[in-house]
Design a protein around this ligand. Structure first.
Ligand code: ZN
Length: 243
């Protein structure tokens, strides 16, 4: 049951959450979930190449464009005001103990049922790896009574899922969960089209959704699945039935 669930999405750079989880975010919102997105950086240094190539740009102008694009994409997905920017420097992202504390506080404030972030290893993006390690650590630190964060109460371990990295096979990515995004695929497409700086990725992630849809259809036997996103499971599934 998705309705009423709280989902926290932590994205290293401004557009990461769109390429890798936009369909799932829009699907969850459509089904009544509460989704909060944290963008740790705008990806100015490492993920805005097409903007810099235009010339005449400054860090501030690139940041303004990236922020506007990200907000527009989030609105298309139905996120509206539930997105925040921590404006950290990227490439290389320095995640200090203070940033860890801030993330523990955020987790305790939101109290998500599910966190989606970068998977444990991305061969071509150290920032993604640092963020994965931080979010994983903070999801566990948040449960510990010995760690204080304002007046917040400790949490119980929430589910944690990892984005599919760009270079799937050579990043040792293992799909653990496939999400049918057929009902939200058009929103994902429109959200991807917001990003001028990474225009080349649109076809790539369109093809990926089609490929994962094929896998999801074959594995589930559901002929109606056209598009899917997949995620790594940080923890095993626990329940009273096998599924
Ligand atoms: Zn990124």
């Amino acid at each position: 049951m998705i309705a009423g669930k709280k989902l926290l999405v932590v994205s290293a750079h401004a557009a990461d959450y769109v390429w890798r989880s936009a369909g799932t975010i829009a699907h969850y919102i459509k089904c009544g979930a509460d989704v909060q997105i944290v963008c740790l950086s705008f990806g100015i240094r490492g993920e805005s190449n097409d903007l810099w190539k235009k010339g005449g740009q400054t860090e501030e102008s690139v940041k303004a464009i990236r922020k506007a694009e990200t907000l527009k994409a989030a609105e298309i997905l139905g996120v509206k005001n539930n997105i925040e920017f921590w404006d950290l420097e990227d490439y290389c992202m320095n995640l200090t103990p203070e940033i860890y504390d801030r993330m523990v506080l955020k987790i305790r404030e939101i109290r998500p049922d599910i966190i989606i972030t970068h998977d444990k290893f991305d061969i071509l993006n150290p920032d993604h790896n640092h963020v994965s390690e931080m979010v994983y650590s903070c999801s566990i630190m948040s449960n510990s009574s010995g760690i204080s964060a304002g007046n917040t109460k400790v949490t119980k371990q929430m589910k944690l899922f990892g984005f599919e990295p760009h270079q799937t096979e050579i990043s040792n990515f293992k799909p653990g969960s496939y999400i049918d995004i057929t009902d939200s695929y058009e929103q994902k497409l429109a959200a991807m089209q917001c990003f001028q700086a990474q225009n080349h990725l649109i076809k790539y992630y369109t093809d990926r959704a089609f490929l994962r849809g094929n896998h999801a259809r074959r594995i589930s036997g559901n002929p109606d699945i056209k598009y899917a996103e997949c995620f790594a499971n940080f923890f095993p599934i626990v329940g009273n039935e096998l599924y």
